[in-house]
Design a protein around this ligand. Structure first.
Ligand code: URP
Ligand code: ZN
Ligand code: ZN
Length: 424
């Protein structure tokens, strides 16, 4: 008797981070049931659907390790819900999003996580969470155990944003030590805050604290300094560490140096640090590019691209933070008051494919590694997510590598009314 399955996908080329080749993908009960050689028959199957992927690549769905959804950050509320952001993610080839449960000052971080878990019920794609500690908890072990009970073993800690999110290095180190009990991982936003406050003070005194002065207000040295300090904490704690949104190759190199010393350290960057450069702060709408760390010089973006190409960057996250052009304009006279971050959950895959794979700088397998496989591994989701193998979720992107499209805000699904990548 024929085996009844959901679908067979024929004629395509499967790409994972470890192999690539022609294969028929058999899907049953939402999972990959089998991969068949291109010449193997499917007569023994009774598929609900036959999908012709001739000339197409079949990629594991993107796993975006860095999203901020439906969250007040400072005085501004991001625009999208889990429903709208997840639909935008899917439209851009991302099938799993990892959101941050960031408490407002004084809020219990476990309650903040519970609130996010409730909001995410409306998500149309799969999701996971990072918890966040914005103050030293009274009982760090109990707090981490409460996160772990909810399936969350990654915690974001910030070395910047005084009064809202910032914690000190001893706190980071104590959290790293406690995380070891649950095989967890600290996610670090590394920018040394006093250097930033100094740069911002000088900029304000000079009348350059508006969005045009963004790059100078958060210097590269502040990022490098914080990365070094946090790596020291990880080394003392004997704990792994993941640096979010690294904007320069010098910061990535510090991570790589630590890895050579035996520290399990990881680098994430974002499409905007690879593709854009600080000339965006000289254009008509500098405020639309205000994010932390800021967009760096062209030479820095190119060097970061080299780090990616050489395999020193482990993941690419969107750092999706969905504000409208109007919200970005509101405080553009003073970057200290502005909502930080760029929309990008939908454009993460297409931008990196277009600028790195299409141009021959990155192989399709290396693309899958940073977009899907490694984010899944570092969030405890692999091999259910991040690969195409018997037993993995059938989160599949059937992708035409030869199709071209012009990126236009009007065609995107995110709740914002601009994209940093549209040339106007
Ligand atoms: O500018 C940024 N990155 N905004 C989002 C919050 C964060 O620091 O990740
Ligand atoms: Zn951050
Ligand atoms: Zn972020």
């Amino acid at each position: 008797m024929a085996d009844s399955v959901d679908a067979v996908i024929v004629g395509g080329t499967v790409v994972t981070d470890s192999w690539s080749g022609a294969a028929t993908v058999v899907v049953k009960d939402g999972r990959v049931a089998a991969l068949l050689g291109p010449d193997e028959g499917t007569d023994h199957l009774e598929p609900g659907r036959v999908i012709d992927a001739t000339g197409r690549l079949i990629l594991p769905g993107g796993v975006d390790p860095h999203c901020h959804l439906a969250i007040p950050l400072g005085a501004f509320l991001t625009l999208d819900s889990f429903e709208s952001a997840s639909l935008a993610a899917l439209a851009g080839g991302t099938t799993t999003i990892v959101d941050f449960a960031i408490p407002v000052p004084g809020e219990d971080p476990v309650a903040a996580l519970d609130k996010k878990i409730e909001l995410a019920a409306e998500s149309r794609c799969d999701y996971a969470f990072h918890a966040c500690l914005n103050a030293p908890p009274a009982d760090v072990g109990a707090t981490i155990a409460a996160f772990a009970e909810r399936g969350v073993r990654t915690i974001k800690l910030f070395t910047t944003y005084r009064g809202e999110l910032m914690v000190d290095i001893p706190t980071i180190e104590s959290v790293m030590v406690a995380l070891k009990t649950v095989s967890g991982l600290a996610y670090i936003h590394a920018e040394e805050n006093s250097a930033i406050e100094e740069a911002q003070g000088a900029a304000a005194a000079d009348g350059r604290i508006d969005a045009r002065g963004m790059a100078a207000s958060r210097p590269v040295s502040a990022e490098e300094d914080a990365v070094s300090q946090v790596l020291g904490a990880a080394e003392r704690a004997g704990a792994p560490v993941y640096f979010v949104h690294q904007s320069v190759s010098s910061a990535v190199n510090l991570v790589d140096d630590a890895r050579r010393r035996g520290v399990a350290a990881y680098s994430e960057t974002c499409p905007h640090y690879l593709v854009l450069d600080d000339s965006c702060y000289e254009g008509e709408h500098p405020e639309r590019y205000v994010c932390c760390p800021p967009i760096r010089q062209r030479t820095a973006a190119d060097a970061l691209g080299d780090s990616l190409r050489q395999g020193f960057v482990h993941t690419i996250g969107s750092d999706h933070c969905c504000y409208s052009a109007g919200q970005k304009t509101q405080c553009a006279h003073d970057v200290r008051l502005m909502p930080n971050g760029l929309p990008g959950v939908e454009t993460r895959l297409p931008i990196v494919w277009s600028e790195f794979v299409d141009t021959g700088l990155l192989s399709p397998q290396a693309f899958v590694k940073v977009m899907s496989a490694n984010p899944a591994r570092l969030n405890g989701l692999y091999p259910r997510k991040g690969t195409i193998a018997p037993g993995s979720d059938a989160d599949l992107v059937i992708f035409d590598p030869h199709a071209t499209r012009v990126l236009r805000t009007d065609d995107l699904h995110m709740e914002t009314d601009y994209t940093p990548y549209e040339l106007r």
